[in-house]
Design a protein around this ligand. Structure first.
Ligand code: FAE
Length: 543
């Protein structure tokens, strides 16, 4: 692996639009300057026996915020990331593969794809692939498959980039112990600016074929009396317009999403990670997985790390001593580590809240079959830009999502975020020596009922029906998965009000594990803003 790889760039110009979100927040303009030539932090396999001031487990939103702010405060940081660097093109000259032709790069250590939409026209679409440390993990627990990004940049590599600040009146239910004024005055604006959040140009939205599916979604929502709200994104909208004009290589308009975007999407590879590189204080070790954290005899913590091959085999085991350790392995990764470490006696003083309060952000998916006079378009951008807001009345916020199949399907497709109150718990299973999650498929029913407050009404207004061919044969609801795992080390319960883990000094959770199961909208802006808030306090008081 080279030391200073240059990320594939969008050659995007700066988007300086101020975009007033339908959610009511005024979002900062994109802060990327000029033609992007982004660099990653220094990459090196961490040395066995090393001693570091701060070790960050994971390189998604929480981990990137922690590493950046620590380094800017003068602290040397070692980041450990179990996934690949995603900086080197494959045989086809591209770093990432497309959704239509998934290859070994698509899935994390699987021999067969596990597409979120398993069927099309009733036929299964999964296929065999070589086992490889691919970008999307479909992690299976008893009642739910949890999709997560794997690699330097975490979930930002695979997600749809929908960057939504929750409505302020909902914030008290999301993070009840956090000062909302501070969040909306300081940390949400900081997160939105740091992530490069912007909105689609309204005139282009109204005219382009690529968003016909969203205009149909808006028309039908409004005809049933629901507000349609525009949703900002971290995709470079100017670049997308050039894709449509034929002057830029297609990415969002070329079926890229889920397994990475080669162009156009401002993942953390183009926002926080180049800023981290610029500090010169951060080293990152891709294909390294933390398995153990235990107090060291001379102070600090001994961290055990497995180095992985791209086939998933362990090629080396190392120990590193860190004065302070930041758990940023994502809701599932952090929860699994903490539950195991408490149960196996490595960190017995972690409190009984560890592993609890996990939720799916109420995710449920559904498709509707439109009338023949309401086609949704053969050409669909992979990036959603709007949603239907029935949160207050029905407990559901539904993204109008694309189905970019390349043919006319007359389908409208939605990912709903619902107020599903069910919460699950991670526990250590001594027999299998693995961490279980006790979620049950039936626990999705409240979320389905909430989503139905929107779609039953639309179907009745339009005289239409649900699709039954997307998640199996004659199956309406995509109730088997979540894209938005949240909780497991809940703020103010497993930690203090800033993410310091109870029972130990110098151990922190700083990712989606802090959020108690639901954010009312897509979660990564809230994860980023909360991490910005917490790390500021931690640097001021603990370093
Ligand atoms: P995350 O970004 O998951 O980063 C954790 C990192 O830790 C990963 O890179 C892991 O590989 C790594 N890791 C885990 N365990 C270990 C270990 N033991 N040792 C070393 N490294 C480890 O965490 N959210 C939105 O707001 N808008 C969207 O449009 C959206 N779309 C999504 C679409 C898909 C398909 C998926 C899967 C997710 C989507 N999300 C979306 C969710 C969003 O990506 C997710 O909430 C955040 O990425 C979570 O951020 P964290 O920092 O908690």
């Amino acid at each position: 692996m080279s030391d200073e790889p240059v990320w594939r760039t969008t050659s995007g110009s700066v988007s300086r639009r101020l975009f007033i979100a339908g959610t009511g927040s005024i979002l900062a303009s994109a802060a990327l300057a000029g033609r992007a030539t982004a660099a990653s932090p220094r990459q090196a396999a961490v040395a066995d026996g090393a001693r570091v001031p701060a070790l960050v487990i994971g390189s998604g939103y929480g981990g990137s915020v922690a590493a950046l702010r620590l380094a800017q405060a003068g602290v040397d940081v070692q980041m450990i990331e179990m996934g690949m660097a995603w900086d080197t093109p494959g045989a086809d000259g591209k770093i990432f593969c497309t959704t239509t032709s998934p290859d070994q790069r698509s899935f994390w250590l699987r021999t067969r794809t596990k597409q979120p939409l398993s069927n099309f026209l009733g036929f299964p679409i999964d296929k065999d692939i070589p086992r490889y440390t691919g970008i999307l993990d479909a992690e299976e627990f008893s009642g739910i498959t949890v999709y997560q990004g794997r690699g330097v940049g975490g979930g930002s590599l695979v997600n749809g980039g929908m960057a939504v600040t929750p409505k302020r009146e909902n914030f008290g239910a999301i993070l009840p112990t956090v000062d909302a004024n501070e969040m909306y005055d300081v940390y949400y604006p900081r997160a939105n600016a740091g992530l490069g959040v912007a909105g689609i140009r309204p005139a282009w939205f109204e005219s382009t074929d690529w968003y016909q599916f969203a205009r149909v979604g808006r028309k039908q929502a409004q005809r049933s009396g629901f507000p349609f709200v525009f949703v900002p994104d971290v995709y470079d909208w100017d670049y997308m317009e050039r894709e449509a004009a034929g002057t830029a290589t297609k990415s969002a308009l070329g079926g890229e999403i889920l397994f990475g975007n080669n162009y156009g999407k401002k993942s953390l590879q183009k926002t926080y990670l180049p800023k981290i590189a610029a500090t010169g204080r951060v080293t990152i070790s891709p294909l390294h997985r933390v398995t153990q954290v235990v107090p060291a005899s001379g102070g600090g913590y001994t961290v055990t790390i497995e180095q992985l091959t791209t086939a998933g085999a362990v090629s080396a085991i190392k120990t590193v001593t860190a004065d302070k350790v930041f758990f940023a392995a994502g809701s599932v990764g952090t929860s699994k580590l903490l539950v195991k470490l408490k149960a196996t006696g490595a960190l017995p003083n972690l409190n009984g809240e560890v592993g609890k309060g996990w939720g799916d952000n109420g995710n449920v998916m559904v498709g509707r079959a439109n009338q023949i006079w309401d086609p949704t378009g053969a050409s669909q951008s992979t990036i959603p830009c709007g949603g239907i807001d029935n949160w207050a009345a029905g407990g559901a916020f539904a993204e109008v999502a694309p189905l970019p199949t390349g043919i006319e399907t007359w389908a409208s497709f939605y990912l709903s975020i619902t107020k599903n109150p069910n919460r699950a718990q991670f526990t250590w299973n001594p027999a299998s020596r693995a961490v279980d999650l006790n979620w049950q498929t039936a626990w999705k029913q409240p979320g389905i009922d909430m989503a139905k407050t929107i779609f039953d009404k639309i179907n009745s207004t339009e005289g239409t029906i649900y699709r039954t061919d997307l998640f199996g044969t004659y199956k309406i609801w995509g109730d088997h998965l979540t894209y938005h795992p949240l909780g497991g080390a809940v703020l103010g319960k497993a930690t203090d009000n800033y993410g310091r883990l109870a029972g130990y000094q110098g151990l922190y959770a700083i990712d989606g594990s802090l959020i108690p199961g639901n954010t009312s909208v897509n979660p990564f802006v809230t994860i980023t803003a909360l991490a910005e808030r917490n790390i500021e306090k931690i640097i001021a008081q603990d370093f």
